[in-house]
Every structure is written in structure tokens, then in C-alpha cells.
Design a protein around this ligand. Structure first.
Ligand SMILES: CC/C=C\C/C=C\C/C=C\CC/C=C/CC(=O)SCCNC(=O)CCNC(=O)[C@H](O)C(C)(C)COP(=O)(O)OP(=O)(O)OC[C@H]1O[C@@H](n2cnc3c(N)ncnc32)[C@H](O)[C@@H]1OP(=O)(O)O
Length: 244
């Protein structure tokens, strides 16, 4: 099991992304480890997505390093040879949703206050093509198109209806259910399951691998624009105001 633990909201900072990548690599290299459940140890939050402060007021070099780390996590989770189950025990916007979408199976606590989705448009930013591809591969083109354009955050029941999560379970049963799903997936021979997973995911993975440096350049150019920086600052202010 891998538990995200970066209070208050598990925002994906460069440091957390780096630790996450190292932990995944260790598990991936351990032949005895065939599956991983990804969850959170922060109450009510799976992950608040990418750490917005990493994308605000920093240098081009920092944005480059940060975006490479975001790409790395996605590549590692999406193309993992292990069975990956997301036990979504709280809200999971944007980058948090991407982590869940990149797993093989998603189980969410059935609390209607918890929400999940790719809400980038609400921040005035655009989900990159590989976020979009991952989303389309889970929910289909039409639902992804509408949800991405509107930057929708879906309540747990709505997310289940759309197929964004595979199952809803009472919060107290989440880990038990995740373990049961893991056992079901691990009952299959690894080689058959792994080859099937590669066949399904390879085109999307290859697309980023082939355009990785170009994608970093696009991100750095986009995020450095004054208009985008202004949108992000306003969004952070809105989060703080909402609190007070
Ligand atoms: C044509 C295109 C060309 C090029 C495109 C190329 C590239 C694409 C470009 C950009 C793509 C970039 C992709 C980004 C994806 C992301 O993940 S962006 C992050 C989106 N996340 C959110 O919108 C979540 C925001 N947070 C919340 O909604 C709530 O905080 C949450 C529901 C998670 C929890 O609520 P609550 O428990 O009430 O906590 P608070 O709101 O009070 O938050 C506590 C403190 O944490 C701070 N915080 C929250 N989220 C973040 C975050 N993601 N990053 C940094 N900080 C965060 C919040 O401000 C509070 O701070 P404070 O205590 O006030 O100091």
C-alpha cells in the first residue's frame, strides 16, 4: 500500500512527486510486489492535485523540473507492471484525479461531499493531451469533452454514474474492498495481465514519450504567461477567501 501523506491537502509538490516516484520505482523493482493500493492518510482528501505554488512566480528552470516530475509520475503509474488500485478516500481534483485515473481500478468512498474530476479549466489552465487521453480512456470521448471544457468536479455518486470511478463503498469498507479487488486481479497470471495492459495503454504512453521535451516546452511557455500567472494567483486567493 502507498499512502500519500503531505498535510494539509496532499498537494503534489516537487518534493512529494519525487518521493512518490522513488517509492514506485522500489516497488516496481521488487519482484515479490505484484500490486499496489494508492490511498491517502489525510482525512477527507485523496490529493488536491498539483501544488499550485510550484507553478506560480518561479523560474523557467523550476517549471521545467516540476513538469518533468509530473510526467514521470504519470508514466510510472500509467505503465506500471503492477496491479494498481486507487482507494479514493477523499476529494481528488485535477492532478489527484489523474493519479486515480492512471490506476487499473478506482474505488471511492461514497461520501457525496467528496469530489473528483479534471477541473483545470476552472483555474484558467488547460489539461495537457496526456491528461485528456487518460480521461478519455476511462470515461469515453463525449463525457471527457464535456467534463474537461466545463472543468467539472463530480460528486462521488456522479463520478460513479459517469464511470470515472468503478465502485462506491461506505468509507469504513474502502480498504477492505480495495484488498478484495487486488486479490481478484492478482489471481490472474501476471504475464497475460501485463501484456494486455501494455497493449491497451502503450499508444498513449508512447505519445508522451515521443513528445516529452516538446510537452515540457509547451508547459513552461504556457505557465510563464502573465495572464496565466494572474489566473493562478486569483485562484489561490479565492481558495484562501473561501476559507475565511
Ligand atoms: C493549448 C495548450 C498549450 C499548452 C498546455 C501545456 C500544458 C498545460 C498547462 C498547465 C496544466 C497544469 C495542470 C495542473 C493540474 C492541477 O492539478 S492544478 C491544481 C488543481 N487543484 C485544485 O483546484 C484544488 C484546489 N483545492 C481545493 O479545492 C481545496 O483545497 C480542497 C477541496 C482540496 C480541500 O479543501 P479544504 O479541506 O477546505 O482545504 P483548504 O481549501 O482550506 O486548503 C488548505 C490549504 O491548502 C492550500 N491548497 C489547496 N489546494 C492546493 C493546491 N492544489 N496547491 C497548493 N495549495 C493548495 C489552500 O490554499 C490552503 O492554504 P492556506 O492554509 O490558506 O495557506
Amino acid at each position: 500500500m502507498m499512502k500519500l501523506k503531505s498535510p494539509p491537502v496532499n498537494s503534489l509538490s516537487l518534493e512529494l512527486l519525487t518521493e512518490f516516484a522513488i517509492s514506485l520505482e522500489k516497488l516496481e523493482n521488487n519482484r515479490a510486489c505484484r500490486g499496489v493500493i494508492i490511498t491517502s492518510s489525510v482525512p477527507k482528501i485523496f490529493s488536491s492535485g498539483l501544488d499550485i505554488t510550484e507553478m506560480c512566480g518561479k523560474s523557467m528552470e523550476h517549471y521545467t523540473e516540476f513538469w518533468r516530475a509530473v510526467q514521470e509520475i504519470w508514466l510510472r503509474v500509467y505503465s506500471s507492471s503492477m496491479v494498481t488500485v486507487a482507494a479514493v478516500n477523499g476529494s481528488s481534483p485535477a492532478g489527484g484525479c489523474l493519479i486515480a485515473l492512471s490506476c487499473d481500478y478506482r474505488i471511492m468512498a461514497e461520501n457525496p461531499k467528496f469530489s473528483i474530476g479534471l477541473n483545470e479549466a476552472q483555474l484558467g489552465i488547460v489539461a495537457p493531451f496526456w491528461f485528456k487521453d487518460t480521461f478519455v480512456n476511462v470515461v469515453g470521448h463525449r463525457i471527457a469533452e464535456r467534463s474537461l471544457q466545463l472543468g467539472s468536479l463530480h460528486s462521488a455518486p456522479e463520478a460513479h454514474k459517469l464511470g470515472l470511478v468503478d465502485e462506491l463503498v461506505p468509507e469504513e469498507k474502502l480498504m477492505e474492498k480495495a484488498a478484495a479487488v487486488m486479490a481478484q486481479w492478482l489471481a490472474l497470471p501476471d504475464h497475460a495481465r501485463q501484456l494486455t495492459k501494455t497493449m491497451m495503454r502503450k499508444p498513449v504512453v508512447d505519445r508522451l514519450v515521443a513528445h516529452r521535451e516538446e510537452d515540457i516546452k509547451n508547459f513552461v511557455t504556457f505557465i510563464s504567461k502573465e495572464s496565466i500567472q494572474k489566473s493562478l494567483r486569483m485562484y489561490m486567493e479565492m481558495l484562501k477567501k473561501r476559507k475565511s
